[in-house]
Ligand binder design. Structure first.
Ligand code: NAI
Length: 285
């Protein structure tokens, strides 16, 4: 199936950049968020990003103005998904909230529409049965920042049709991304399983008082060649996200080892959620 119209639900950290990236690639995009401030920020970001790219010679003014014309920010989910061929959900990482949204979207969008979740950890089989079209519900996992990062993980759960996977892989390619296909659902997909191992160890070393978070970042960058340290990445992806992911995993497994680390709990409680709020492990003010 050819995808022309994409709806992005949630204009936060991930959603606003997924929407803009799709619009720059020629898709018609509608983006919505329940928080009007976040939606306004997304509009301002789109305007200033496109202007800056044109000024830097990275985009032609034709492509930029076409992208802006193709991108609309709307206040309700209903308006966003009414004509969509593909819906990409990028809201809070909580299973119950996502299921509720998918049930709602299922009723509001056309029968042919594919519903994808950008979730970092929740496999689509946990959401698909909230809809009447499980064969069209899959994971399409972008990376942060979505305008820059090329990788997209597409996951073919047991309920997902080949047509759905093909369409979603093609959308990712048309967006200039490099999609990889997982033939099985697995917690954390590929990248987050690799990342989690490093992050857990970094937090453990910090909690044990072995070194400062700055020095652990320095070690990862200079000893392992990582482009950024685990704490810089935590600030970028959001301490709140790490907290919710840990809590979801703990709720599911009941294993105390899956709980978010004491440092993550402390930062989450203090509201030091990372770059998006101006303070996380590092200070961005
Ligand atoms: P965020 O908290 O920055 O943005 C989520 C947005 O969704 C908020 O602006 C919120 O107002 C909005 N929202 C919540 N419920 C809504 C609803 N029912 N309808 C419309 N909007 C609603 O979160 P972030 O970081 O963008 O994460 C979103 C999803 O993307 C999560 O599932 C996360 O696991 C995933 N993800 C996050 C990455 C990251 O680095 N932050 C990377 C890859 C995936």
């Amino acid at each position: 199936m050819e995808i022309n119209k994409i709806a992005v639900i949630g204009a936060g950290n991930m959603g606003h950049q997924i929407a803009l990236s799709a619009a720059i690639s020629g898709f018609q995009v509608t983006c919505t968020d329940t928080n009007a401030d976040i939606l306004n920020k997304a509009i301002q970001f789109a305007d200033s990003y496109l202007t800056e790219r044109v000024n830097k010679g990275k985009l032609t003014s034709e492509v930029a103005s076409q992208a802006r014309e193709h991108l609309s920010f709307v206040p309700t989910v209903e308006q966003a998904v009414a004509e969509a061929d593909l819906v990409i959900e990028a809201i809070i990482e909580k299973l119950a909230v996502k299921r509720k949204l998918f049930a709602q979207v299922n009723k509001l969008c056309p029968a042919h529409t594919i519903l994808a979740t950008n979730s970092s950890y929740i496999v689509s089989s946990k959401i698909a049965d909230a809809t009447t079209r499980p064969d069209k519900v899959c994971n399409m996992h972008f990376f942060n920042p979505a305008l820059v990062m090329k990788l997209v993980e597409v996951v073919k759960g047991p309920h997902v049709s080949d047509e759905t996977v093909d369409s979603v892989m093609n959308v990712a390619k048309k967006m200039g991304k490099t999609p990889v296909l997982l033939h099985k659902e697995i917690y954390g997909f590929l990248v987050n399983r690799l990342l989690q191992a490093t992050r857990q160890e970094a937090l453990k070393l910090l909690d044990m008082g072995v070194a400062s978070f700055e020095d652990i970042d320095t070690a990862a960058m200079n000893g392992l060649g990582y482009p950024m340290g685990p704490f810089q990445l935590l600030d970028l992806t959001g301490v709140d996200l790490a907290y919710h992911v840990g809590m979801e995993k703990y709720r599911e497994s009941g294993d105390p080892a899956d709980r978010p680390s004491p440092t993550v709990v402390e930062k989450f409680t203090k509201g030091e959620w990372g770059k998006k709020v101006g303070r996380g492990f590092y200070d961005y003010e």
